[in-house]
Structure formats: structure tokens, C-alpha cells
Design a protein around this ligand. Structure first.
Ligand code: FAD
Length: 385
């Protein structure tokens, strides 16, 4: 008789776990509270614009993504190498930190920090990271950290990078160097859509309670040999009767301008720190906007008044705010788990004899972390059979 597993949550962690369990002969049912799958990886079509829920890129170098065998099917449009930032009112193109040493030695501009600061950063990347705060790990990287790396990572981690675990930041930075992230032709939602193929998924099915061998949704009670909780950190804590942890928040605005007004296809960092980043996303993936328009995606760590948003987006892109057309905005209160010093890179999957846990909060706050945690939970369930 095959093992009956209920997976709670159809985000990347739950979907990956379910696929692995299914391919190992388990009978898997996924219960998902929303009307769609994918959790935090979502895309909506709004008036012909493809709007991801927050600026989110997919890195084909993530080992767990490669394991799924889906990279080619995603048709990823890669972001151009490097990013732009105004320093002293001058637009500086920061070569490509992902190219590592080659870029840093080639870039002799003192605007982005001294050569010794850049070499100290490279030493950090090349060595084994220690479990301390990233701010302390970067103390020798001066202006290069403060002006460039910190601003870039703030947009990735959605928190002041000084506070996070250096172990985790080290891991994420190394993937950035190895990979060429971008967005799928059909939006980031393409990833969970592909990952969910062939699975038994019940949407609009919110799990309220988990008991040993039993799951209670709003409508019914279901029994299983094993329950895998694959929700975000806040929902997992609630299901386990634990206090709610706080997660990093983000807000992304979408505006459009007539095509041709913005030529850049680079990520642009905001020197005023109002936003963590902005990008003319349809210059990267034309499938993100209807013909004749350019879609801009701009992210901040908190809500800003709409008139200020227009003024600041206009200033950042040097376009008249009157030419910016609002498309949509997404406020995501539970964007990312906080990964602070002291937290391991991987936390155990097994909670008790027949309850397991997965989600990005069990590994790194990323798609890679979510997929990895799902695989590890599935493998633990199979090993404990
Ligand atoms: C704005 C933003 C930008 C990001 N950018 C990047 C990026 O560029 N690169 C990167 O690698 N990562 C990025 N991430 C992180 C990445 O999206 C997440 O780490 C990953 O998607 C988490 O997947 P998950 O399966 O762990 O959790 P989730 O996606 O949160 O999935 C959990 C699922 O459980 C469901 N659920 C919750 N409670 C219940 C319940 N009681 N009953 C039933 N279902 C329930 C939820 O509806 C959800 O579908 C970003 C995240 C955000 C928000």
C-alpha cells in the first residue's frame, strides 16, 4: 500500500516536495488556500501588462531549479549584466559584480569604492563565511559595500543587509555571480504552473488544524499517514500553535510610459533609498507590456504616498511624472522570512513521527531555499518510511 501524504501549501516548496513524493510512489494531495498555486511566485495580467507579485527574478543557476528540469521550458529573458546608480548626480553603470574579479579590477572608478575595498569583498566571497552579521562581515569593504553591495542586496533580501546572516548572504551572492537571472516569457507564475503539472491539488482549501494523521480544512477532515506543512513561516507557526514571527515586507508599483522614453534594460538602484530598485521590465521581457508601452517595476520596503511615488519614479528615470501611467501595485506583508545570524542554512524537516515541514524559512529566503526545503522534506519522509 502506498504512503498517503497531505501537503499543506502549493508554493514552490510544497509543489517540489509533492512531485518528488509522487515519483517515489506516494499518494499525494496538496491543499492550497488560494484559488491559484505558486504562493509568493505569482503573475497577473492587468490591461495587457504582465505584473509579477513584486519584482522577482528566476536564477537558472539555482541547483534546485536545475534539478526540476524546467529551466529550458521557462524561456527566461535575462536581465542585462550590471546595474545603474546615480552617484553625485551622475549615472554610473556598475559593471557586473556577478563577473567577480574581472569586473572589479577593470572598474577603476573610485566612485564605487576603492580597489582595496573591492578586493576585501572578493576575499569574503572566495572564503568560507562565518556565522555573524553581514554588516560585520562587510566592515572592511567601506564605500563599495555601503554604496553598491548593500543597496543591491537590500532589494534582494527586503531588509537592511547589515542585520542578516553572513552565511546566508554569502550563499545568495555566490548564486548571483554564477547565474544570469531573469523573468520567464509568461511571467514568474510559469514556474509553479510547470512544477504543479500532474499533481492532485485542491485550491481554495484552507487548512485550519493539523492533528497527528489528520488535517482539518474549512470544509472537511482528511486523514493521511504523513502531513507536510509547506506554508510560509507565519502560517506554519499558526498551524503549530507557535507565536507569529515577523517577516520582511515589500511594495511594488507598476507604471507604464510610451515605448522609447526609457531605453535602459538594467536594474536601477535608488540613491535616495526611497526605493530598493526599479527596472523597465518590458525592456527585459517584451512580453510584459502591450505594443507601444514600457512597463516599469519599482519596489520599496514600505508603502509610500502615491504622489510621492510618481515624483520619485519620474526622478529616478528622468521622465516627466505626468507621462507615468499607474498600472497596479502589490503590497506584500509577508514577503520574506528574516534570516538572522545564528540561524542555520538548513533546518530539520521532521517535526514529529508523521508531521514534516518545508518552506523557504527552513533554508534560505529564496526560490532555491523553498525548492531545496521541499526536496529535503520529501526525502526525509521517504527515508523514514
Ligand atoms: C516580492 C518578492 C520578491 C522575491 N524575489 C525573489 C527573487 O528574485 N529570487 C528568489 O530566489 N526569491 C525571491 N523571492 C522569494 C521566493 O518567492 C520565496 O522564497 C518562495 O517563493 C517561497 O516559497 P514557499 O513555498 O516556501 O512559500 P509560499 O510561496 O509562501 O507558499 C506557501 C503556500 O502555502 C499556502 N498556505 C498558507 N497557509 C495555508 C493554509 N493554512 N492552508 C492551505 N494553504 C496555505 C499559501 O497560500 C502559499 O501558496 C521573492 C519573494 C517576494 C515576495
Amino acid at each position: 500500500m502506498s504512503l498517503k501524504v497531505i501537503v499543506v501549501g502549493a508554493g514552490l516548496a510544497g509543489l517540489n516536495a509533492a512531485q518528488i513524493l509522487r515519483s517515489n510512489g506516494c499518494e499525494v494531495t496538496l491543499l492550497e488556500e488560494q484559488s491559484r498555486i505558486g504562493g509568493r511566485v505569482a503573475t497577473e495580467m492587468i490591461d495587457g501588462y504582465r505584473c509579477d507579485h513584486g519584482f522577482q527574478v528566476i536564477n537558472p543557476a539555482y541547483p534546485e531549479l536545475r534539478r526540476t528540469g524546467l529551466v529550458e521550458k521557462l524561456q527566461i529573458h535575462s536581465l542585462s549584466k550590471g546595474f545603474e546608480i546615480f552617484i553625485d548626480e551622475k549615472l554610473v553603470m556598475v559593471g557586473d559584480p556577478r563577473k567577480g574579479l574581472g569586473y572589479l579590477v577593470g572598474d577603476l572608478s573610485s566612485r564605487t569604492g576603492t580597489l582595496s575595498e573591492k578586493l576585501n569583498f572578493l576575499r569574503y566571497l572566495a572564503s568560507k563565511a562565518q556565522d555573524q552579521s553581514f554588516g560585520i562581515a562587510m566592515s572592511q569593504s567601506g564605500d563599495f559595500y555601503q554604496k553598491i553591495i548593500k543597496r543591491f542586496l537590500q532589494g534582494v533580501l527586503l531588509i537592511n543587509p547589515d542585520e542578516v546572516s553572513s552565511l546566508m548572504a554569502h550563499e545568495l551572492l555566490r548564486w548571483f555571480i554564477r547565474g544570469n537571472p531573469g523573468v520567464p516569457h509568461l511571467g514568474v507564475q510559469a514556474l509553479p504552473n510547470l512544477l504543479g503539472e500532474g499533481l492532485d491539488i485542491r485550491t481554495e482549501s484552507r487548512v485550519r488544524k493539523i492533528k497527528s494523521g489528520e488535517v482539518q480544512t474549512s470544509e472537511e477532515k482528511l486523514s493521511a499517514d504523513v502531513v507536510l506543512i509547506a506554508t510560509n513561516e507565519v502560517s506554519a507557526a499558526s498551524l503549530l500553535g507557535q507565536p507569529a514571527p515577523s517577516m520582511n515586507k515589500s511594495v511594488t508599483w507598476y507604471h507604464s510610459v510610451p515605448a522609447g522614453e526609457i531605453k535602459s534594460n538594467h536594474l536601477r538602484l535608488d540613491p535616495t533609498n526611497t526605493f530598493v530598485n526599479s527596472v523597465a521590465i518590458s525592456n527585459v521581457a517584451p512580453s510584459y507590456a502591450p505594443a507601444g508601452r514600457t512597463l516599469i517595476s519599482t519596489t520599496a520596503l514600505d508603502v509610500i504616498h502615491s504622489t510621492e511615488v510618481l515624483a520619485r519614479v519620474g526622478a529616478l528615470w528622468r521622465v516627466n511624472p505626468k507621462s507615468l501611467e499607474y498600472v497596479q501595485h502589490f503590497e506584500i506583508a509577508q514577503s520574506l522570512p528574516k534570516h538572522l545570524p545564528g540561524k542555520p542554512l538548513i533546518s530539520p524537516s521532521r517535526l514529529s513521527e508523521n508531521v514534516y515541514i518545508a518552506g523557504d524559512h527552513r533554508a534560505t529566503p529564496s526560490q532555491q531555499g523553498a525548492l531545496l526545503s521541499g526536496r529535503l522534506a520529501a526525502e526525509a519522509i521517504i527515508a523514514d518510511l
